[in-house]
Design a protein around this ligand. Structure first.
Ligand code: NAD
Ligand code: UDP
Length: 323
């Protein structure tokens, strides 16, 4: 039988957080969503805003006192998703990004420890930096530049993972670290700056499609439903305690291939333009998901083409409502 729980989700108003909150509420759980609305927007949570199962708390998780409202409440699970994820946003708030993934992770782990709750940290494929091993298994230790514009995110996530390790080994908190690879769907902000939101918005509005560099760099894109199923599976699975697991789709595309695919599926006349490649932009990225398959029995089911069709339809509908 599915036992209903009280689940805390940080970053609840963000892209992944809002999808997770909706999924948990549909399953009948009581959910407290915490968000400081820095990159997230409350409209992402409209669908559940009036649900008796949902409570939203506007708060900054880097401040310990902001969690005082939970003092008298039992908590079963904590998903710590708060952190900007788009390079555009995390570089604009680089210091905040460091704090939310380190100090914020510490506060959420303390909450999990005191409540005897399970804990999931949303780490990132960026923990591998610009990888010299390809594809990337969890055992690969990465190639991150500490002295560059991506370091605030990559290194803060890596230190967040260290906090998780220490709380698992010292305090026996059942922690799970998900290294999430590029995830997409509609619902990403149009100004988010990430590649799928840029390309889809550009293709649908007739703007030039901006390919950075020559577009030969690769990424592997996971549709949001697959990702959320993976995160929940990880939280449920006892064998995932104290483990780092890649959550991503192992089918790899060059950025140029993605640009042409979006253009074709959106039946767009937009032309491709080439702009400078940002500093430290990883040249390749593709997860090894053997561990997710064996420990969680999870693998993605939605191809990029299917996911992009859904994304394009939904973004088209949104653009028609609010041009
Ligand atoms: P997002 O920017 O859409 O959502 C992040 C949310 O965190 C936002 O709502 C933001 O307002 C909130 N937030 C930021 N700082 C906060 C703070 N100090 N206190 C409270 N709330 C705060 O990003 P996303 O794509 O939903 O990513 C969610 C998580 O998944 C992040 O931790 C990100 O690093 C990780 N991740 C995402 C991807 C991806 O492709 N989407 C890939 C790898 C890792
Ligand atoms: N990119 C691009 N055009 C854009 C946005 C991104 O060519 O308008 C490229 C970017 O340089 C990177 C890839 O797409 O190589 C993925 O970028 P994104 O910001 O989505 O995520 P990243 O994986 O780099 O964190």
């Amino acid at each position: 039988m599915n036992v209903l729980k009280h689940i805390v989700v940080t970053g609840a108003a963000g892209f992944l957080g809002s999808h997770l909150v909706k999924s948990l509420i549909h399953q009948g759980h009581q959910v407290t969503g915490i968000d400081n609305l820095s990159t997230g927007v409350s409209s992402n949570l409209e669908e559940v805003a009036n649900s008796h199962l949902f409570h939203f708390q506007e708060a900054d998780v880097t401040l310990a006192a902001s969690l005082d409202f939970l003092i008298d409440q039992p908590v079963d699970e904590v998903y710590h998703l708060a952190s900007p994820a788009s390079p555009k946003f995390y570089q604009a708030d680089s210091i905040g990004t460091i704090w939310v993934n380190t100090q914020g992770t510490y506060h959420m782990l303390e909450l999990a420890r005191t409540k005897e709750a399970k804990f999931l940290f949303s780490s990132t494929s960026e923990a591998y930096g610009d990888p010299e091993v390809h594809p990337q298994p969890e055992s690969y230790r990465g190639n991150v530049n500490t002295w560059g514009p991506r370091a605030c995110y990559d290194e803060a996530k890596r230190l967040g993972e260290v906090f998780c390790y220490e709380y698992y080994t010292k305090h026996r908190v059942p922690v799970k670290v998900a290294r999430i690879f590029n995830t997409y769907s509609s619902g990403l902000r149009n100004d988010d700056g990430r590649v799928i939101s840029n390309f889809v918005t550009q293709a649908l509005t007739g703007q030039d499609i901006t390919v950075y560099g020559d577009g030969s760099q690769t990424r592997s894109f996971c549709y949001v439903d697959d990702n959320i199923r993976g995160l929940q599976k990880m939280m449920e699975t006892e064998e995932a305690n104290g483990e780092i697991i890649n959550i991503g789709n192992p089918t790899e595309y060059t950025v140029l291939e993605v640009a042409y695919l979006v253009k074709k599926l959106a039946q767009s006349d937009s032309k491709l333009v080439f702009q400078p490649l940002p500093q430290d932009d990883p040249k390749v990225r593709r997860p090894v998901i053997d561990k997710a398959r064996s420990v969680l029995g999870w693998e993605p089911e939605i191809s990029l083409e299917t996911g992009l069709k859904l994304t394009i339809e939904n973004v088209r509908a949104t653009l028609q409502e609010t041009p």
